[in-house]
Design a protein around this ligand. Structure first.
Ligand SMILES: [Zn+2]
Length: 343
């Protein structure tokens, strides 16, 4: 089907307000894959753009690596190893994490908004915090609160926040601490802020009148934040964190999600060199995993025809990794590309 641009990629709202009009303006052949690309020009602002402007592989050269790098990132392969295996630069992998992370987050958030509140969410939501670190386990711990929809195992939201250094510190670590800049030396706990953000996302997608069932461990701050956000609608099930983490544990869905994260993301595998160096990258990498877990991976190894997102009502069908990497879902700040409905 012929591509028709739905809006002007410039950020000027006037182009949309006047009724977007464009004209064709020649075409060119892409050197990296030989694809013919149609160019357009906006009749109001005269900006030129092309079909590529609306695609995730806009300005990418090694397009044959798109799906391969994505697949490696959710298969416990470190960035450096991906670069070696696919004969590309480490910077290429780093840039793909940025790009795919943004794309996956925008796509998931769009699916969450699209999911109508007229079909009520069923079952419990669960939240817990995964602890990891950036660079140094004791000096720069990081908390990752993750919100899971228990019946579908869909990951609805995740945040990344700092934690203060874990004391007592060894002499060597004290020396390293003194060398850090002030902001890092006095790292604060962002646990409460980030966990609250997760619950606010939950509140934004739930029916404002219906009861909300949430399962957490017995951490006091969860109960406080939940009561403040959901008030009398809240059904809060607390589970002691000493209860064995078996299938019978009420928090099994979120515990299992963490086990899968530790197994699938190289940077979360315990005691290995792939540990995160920058928490911003960890966040992007998490969104790549979330999109894959929810929309691409079959919900279980036995049930191959359904994804977590299908059970949760977030997406009507199974997607491939290449589907996630088609239409650019971010960076335009305005209406999402209309073709995205076909997902
Ligand atoms: Zn324009």
């Amino acid at each position: 089907m012929e591509f028709r641009p739905e809006y002007c990629p410039c950020r000027d709202p006037q182009c949309a307000a006047d009724g977007f009009q464009y004209q064709r303006r020649g075409s060119f052949t892409r050197a990296c894959d030989g694809r013919r690309v149609q160019r357009f020009q906006c009749k109001r602002c005269h900006r030129t753009f092309s079909t590529q402007t609306f695609r995730v592989d806009y300005r990418l050269r090694r397009v044959s690596l798109d799906v391969k790098i994505f697949a490696a990132l959710i298969s416990k392969v470190t960035q450096r190893q991906i670069a070696k295996t696919f004969h590309c630069k480490l910077k290429t992998v780093e840039r793909r994490i940025e790009l795919y992370g943004k794309q996956c987050r925008a796509f998931h958030e769009w699916c969450m908004r699209r999911r109508s509140t007229s079909t009520p969410w069923e079952g419990q939501f669960q939240l817990d915090e995964l602890e990891t670190f950036e660079h140094n386990r004791r000096l720069k711990p990081v908390t990752v609160p993750v919100l899971v929809h228990a019946p579908s195992y869909s990951i609805l939201h995740a945040e990344v926040g700092t934690l203060p250094p874990r004391k007592p510190l060894s002499r060597a670590n004290l020396r390293k601490l003194a060398l850090l800049d002030k902001e890092e030396r006095e790292r604060k706990s962002e646990s409460r802020v980030m966990m609250t953000r997760c619950f606010e996302v939950l509140s934004s997608v739930c029916d404002p009148a219906a009861p909300v069932s949430v399962g957490t461990d017995e951490k006091h701050t969860y109960a406080v934040a939940l009561r403040r956000i959901f008030g009398a609608r809240l059904l809060h099930q607390k589970t002691n964190s000493k209860v064995p983490r078996s299938y019978r544990n009420p928090l099994f869905p979120v515990n299992h999600t963490f086990a899968m994260l530790r197994d699938n993301l190289s940077r979360l595998v315990r005691r290995n060199w792939g540990a995160s160096k920058k928490r911003g990258r960890l966040e992007r990498h998490l969104w790549i995993y979330i999109a894959w877990r929810n929309y691409v991976r079959p919900i279980t190894n036995r049930n191959r025809n359904q994804t977590a997102a299908m059970v949760a009502g977030l997406c009507p069908g199974m997607l491939e990794i290449s589907d996630l990497l088609q239409r650019r879902m971010f960076d335009f700040g305005r209406a999402q590309p209309r073709g995205a409905e076909s997902f």
